[in-house]
Design a protein around this ligand. Sequence first.
Ligand code: IYR
Length: 225
Amino acid sequence: MQDHANHPLTDFIEYPHDEMLSRAEAFLEHSKRRHSIRAFSDRSVPQEIIETCIRAAGTAPSGANHQPWHFVAIGSKEKKQQIRAAAEELERSFYQGRAGDEWLDALKPLGTDAQKPYLEHAPWLIAIFSQKKGGIHAEDKNTNYYVHESVGIATGFLIQALHNAGLATLTHTPKPMSFLTELCGRDKDNERPYMLLIAGYPSDEATVPEHATVKKSLEEIATFI
Ligand code: IYR
């Protein structure tokens, strides 16, 4: 018994097996060319590109389709400077010991440190917020479900959308991230900062740490039973 409206599925595309495989392989090759980078050019990127990628992120599946996310795209020089200053202050105490030895050891092969010039120089920072309450309409105040999972999926969509558009990204999670709530003018009672994404063109100095190129094999990441 159905007590809800449905649309027929009209936009599913079925591909012949060979085409399916070549599409899957092409996506794999495309995905292999995505690298987190830490040296961004200050070349500008039109807002329209970021808007379109955020729309793609907004198509992600979510608990009860409540879409419990909000993306703040920061292009303002002044805001970026404020974010850099706040993040670097946190990172200094993180790298000076707050992280603990094990975490700092794990980061050594990435060569990261407390300096985050790209937070100021990259054209766009995208602060992603998760929402405790919401609903299918932005003004709803119902419980959201599987918030972390939903926002994680949408963030993955956004990273792929930006990569597909021809931009490089870096996921960044200064700890704690609560300073972003105020800097972005978000509601601290309902929203939590989930991640900060840096997006732009790589600079000539951009590198990929050897450590980041080591990917587990299919056998290590998957089991077929
Ligand atoms: N937020 C710090 C530390 C850091 C943590 C992890 I886990 C990384 O994969 C990379 C960095 C920083 O951005 O330097």
